[in-house]
Design a protein around this ligand. Structure first.
Ligand SMILES: [Zn+2]
Length: 207
């Protein structure tokens, strides 16, 4: 009888463990799909900012005229460019990456790293006030979309699987960026500071 009770207890224990294990593996695989995936980067966003107010506003016709066809599709229509077939994914030059829509400095080459995904990847933005976030639940995934807080141009997504210390991976479209090279780290920082101290910026942020 004791043996039977013991075996029953062991069976019950193993049964409970198997349920936990199956739930855990299910959760983990879902997480991996979102975190590691190239596919999560490659999907466009199903977000509509047409009713949102940004400090810099243009009509659809003005945006079409100001941007290339690809940049318009990606930055203004939340599209995604193909991996590896974009100019900045493997660029290692020193400089600042500006928003294609309004030239706000969004990323520094100092924070760029090779993620292997085929898109320019950064561990942090220059200023989280200027790179705004929006939860994107399209395609049954929970992703965090990022866009320029000044003009609303879609940039890409941020995932929690980047390098330390931020552990963030900003997966950004080259088509949403405009690169300005710098000769030195000092020149790069000066370029960013100049933008912040310009009247141009104050007008934009106070509007
Ligand atoms: Zn912008």
């Amino acid at each position: 009888m004791k043996v039977f009770v013991f075996l029953s207890s062991v069976s019950f224990f193993l049964f409970v463990m198997s349920i936990n294990a199956s739930n855990k593996s299910h959760d983990d695989s879902g997480l991996e799909d979102i975190q590691s995936c190239v596919s999560a980067c490659s999907l466009p966003s199903d977000l509509d900012f047409s009713d949102r107010k940004f400090p810099i506003e243009k009509s659809e016709d003005q945006w079409r005229l100001a941007l290339s066809e690809l940049s318009y599709k990606v930055a203004r229509k939340h599209g995604t460019e193909p991996p590896f077939q974009n100019p900045y994914h493997d660029q290692k030059a020193m400089g600042v990456y500006l928003c294609v829509g309004c030239e706000a400095p969004l990323f520094s080459s100092e924070d760029k790293f090779d993620s292997g995904t085929g898109w320019p990847s950064f561990s942090q933005s220059i200023d989280r006030r200027i790179l705004a976030e929006q939860v994107d639940t399209s395609y049954g995934m929970r992703r965090v979309e990022v866009h320029c807080a000044l003009c609303g141009s879609h940039q890409g997504h941020v995932f929690p699987d980047g390098p330390a210390p931020t552990n963030l991976r900003y997966c950004i479209n080259s088509a949403s960026l405009k690169f300005e090279p710098s000769d030195s780290e000092e020149a790069l920082n000066q370029k960013i500071l100049t933008w912040y101290s310009s009247e141009h910026f104050e007008k934009k942020s106070n509007k």
